[in-house]
Ligand binder design. Structure first.
Ligand code: SF4
Ligand code: SF4
Length: 189
């Protein structure tokens, strides 16, 4: 696949695969940086979102799939709203996460912690049909190895009624578990 931008040609199987998967014309990005300027997590990252796009344009697959930005992206779509040419960058990040998972690319430490948080969130929803903050915190702290994260704040949260110890559960969680199983089957196929 060949893309022409400001007199420069982009050739890359990786670029073509990402564009096809996320259905976005990544090659059209002209690096204005508006996406990164509005990104709420960029300040804590070594790599800006527009640099991840650049890696994709240049076919730097390994760099694009192993950097922490793709895992720490909150999927808020602020970048997507700000892009003057309408590139859905949040969707591209999603694609890169899926490709990294599929290829077994090791996650950077911060990325792994965010992934542990995602898992803890999903486990709570699968089990109770809604988020239980206590279950989320317990699961995240144990699985991330950060046992004491937020523990000192827990009594204050409980006293103020911000979180409940007993999780609220919806009826028929078996149906929800079936949905999760079906998604896992689709993802595995
Ligand atoms: S979707 Fe991700 S990259 Fe875009 S602004 Fe939100 S956190 Fe940043
Ligand atoms: S705002 Fe759009 S055109 Fe500008 S750098 Fe980001 S993705 Fe590229």
């Amino acid at each position: 696949m060949k893309h022409q931008l400001a007199g420069k040609a982009f050739h890359s199987e990786f670029l073509a695969a990402v564009e096809k998967h996320c259905e976005q014309e990544i090659s059209a990005c002209y690096q204005c940086g508006k996406c990164s300027a509005g990104c709420p997590v960029f300040e804590d990252m070594a790599i800006a979102p527009n640099r991840v796009i650049r890696m994709v344009q240049l076919g730097l697959k390994e760099d694009a799939l192993k950097n922490e930005m793709i895992w720490c992206c909150a999927g808020c779509s602020a970048c997507t709203c700000r892009c003057p040419i309408g590139i859905d960058l949040a969707r591209m990040m999603d694609t890169l996460r899926q490709m990294a998972t599929h290829d077994g690319v090791p996650m950077p430490p911060d990325g792994a912690r965010v992934f542990t948080f995602f898992q803890a969130f999903l486990d709570s929803v699968r089990e109770f049909g809604r988020l239980s903050e206590v279950a989320l915190m317990g699961s995240y702290n144990i699985n991330s190895g950060r046992i004491m994260t937020n523990v000192v704040k827990a009594p204050w949260f409980l006293l103020k009624g911000k979180v409940g110890i007993i999780p609220h559960k919806i009826k028929r969680t078996d149906r929800l578990k079936r949905v999760f199983r079906r998604i896992e089957e689709i993802e595995g196929s």
